[in-house]
Design a protein around this ligand. Structure first.
Ligand code: ATP
Length: 387
């Protein structure tokens, strides 16, 4: 019997099949182990590699030499690694230096990606005027001074009028200042950039002013855009004296803000909207003509407006037959839009807790008590602080 004949016995055939199967499995295991090996090699290289130093390019000198300011302090003159794209390096570019601090080895993303934590960027927010209860007069005025010039600047050029470039919204907390600014961006389909001024204080020297510069730069890059500065009183409050270095630093941030606003063309496609709950605290320098010279008040909503706000926030809520929104609105005197939103959320939670599929009057009664208690205990606390 020849070898081939032997192989063709059924036992041999089975053995070959099993061996082929094993080869297949082992080949798969080999590929997966090689992948693991590669991963761990890379991890070891990362863990063993020395840290890089962050630096900002100050100037480009000759012969591939650069003047940089390292994050650890001193200005250094450094060279550049071959692999780095020199055409992308300009004064202001953030780079990584090798651990000895002698050469640029990488280009880092721009600062506002990493350090402007105080900032929110929303491309074309989905919010519209339909999401706002009341504030009809404010919406009409803002339509004319924000949306029209953003959409049709030529109309204003032809007529020879300059729309205000910056607007101040003021009113008690939760009256919809942020909501309105977002809706303006949503209605005009532009980018909404929000910065909270209180986040700019207590920074390192020069940091607040630098962030202001970066944010305005970003607003220009993302134009058409609306730049919303919330809690502007945090940097724009009148100062009686500039005793401490912290005060001087806040003043520097505010001066940078004024310089940025002054440098803006009213017909540029960036609109600046600021908001405050404490207009009485603001430095008059901020309110001069050409700066925040258009002031719009957002007061607490009246009863009709509270009904509208309740309707907006209960659009998707299944309400019981016993719920009369007008009656609830009449029991919410002194509530802001934000309070009304919380009231609806609390009522929904109460219904969920009761395992009910509809939100009934009982849930609103419970929610009203809860929100009022919270609201008035907060007010009492505030009063005791100011007394
Ligand atoms: P703050 O001064 O505390 O920053 P604000 O005036 O900016 O407050 P918003 O943050 O806009 O107030 O309001 C908070 C939330 O309250 C909004 O997201 C919205 O859900 C609700 N709200 C406030 N006002 C209205 C309104 N007029 N219509 C509908 N919802 C409102």
């Amino acid at each position: 019997m020849s070898y081939n004949d032997k192989l063709h016995t059924s036992d041999d055939k089975l053995e070959v099949k099993i061996l082929r199967e094993r080869v297949k499995l082992l080949t798969q295991a080999k590929v997966s182990l090689e992948r693991d090996l590669e991963y761990y090699r890379e991890e070891i290289t990362k863990l063993l590699s020395p840290p890089h130093i962050e630096a900002v390019v100050l100037d480009i000198l000759d012969n591939d030499r650069y003047l940089v300011k390292s994050s650890s302090g001193p200005n250094l003159i450094v060279t550049i690694a071959d692999k780095v794209d020199k055409s992308k390096i300009k004064p202001g570019t953030i780079v990584a230096l090798n651990s000895r601090g002698s050469a640029i080895v990488d280009i880092l993303p721009s600062y506002y990606d990493t350090t402007v934590k105080a900032m929110v960027v929303e491309e074309k927010p989905k919010v519209t005027f339909n999401d706002i209860g009341g504030l009809k007069e404010q919406i009409r005025e803002l339509y004319e001074i924000v949306i029209l010039p953003l959409k049709n600047p030529e109309l204003f050029i032809k007529m020879g009028v300059e729309p205000p470039k910056s607007i101040l919204l003021h009113g008690p907390p939760g009256t919809g200042k942020t909501l309105l600014a977002r809706a303006l961006a949503g209605e005009s389909q532009v980018t909404f950039i929000k910065i909270t001024a209180s986040e700019l204080v207590n920074k390192f020297i020069g940091e607040g002013a630098r962030i202001v510069r970066e944010v305005f730069k970003l607003a220009r890059e993302k134009a058409p855009s609306i730049l919303f500065i919330d809690e502007i009183d945090a940097i724009g409050a009148k100062r009686l004296d500039l005793g401490t270095s912290g005060d001087r630093e806040v003043q520097r941030t505010m001066l940078q803000l004024l310089a940025e606003i002054d440098g803006f063309n009213p017909l540029s496609n960036v609109k600046i909207i600021a908001a405050t709950n404490r207009i009485d605290l603001l430095d008059p320098a901020l309110l001069r003509p050409g700066r925040f010279d258009r002031i719009i008040e957002l007061p607490l909503p009246d009863k009709i407006e509270r009904v509208e706000i309740l309707r907006i926030h209960t659009r998707k809520v299944p309400l019981g037959d016993d719920v009369d929104l007008e009656e609830i609105a009449s029991r919410t005197e002194g509530f802001s839009g934000a309070d009304i939103r919380i009231l609806v959320v609390e009522a929904v939670y109460s219904a969920i807790r009761r395992n009910s599929k509809v939100v009934s009057l009982e849930d609103f009664n419970y929610a009203l008590k809860k929100v009022m208690k919270r609201k008035y205990s907060r007010l009492n606390q505030l009063n005791s602080i100011t007394l």
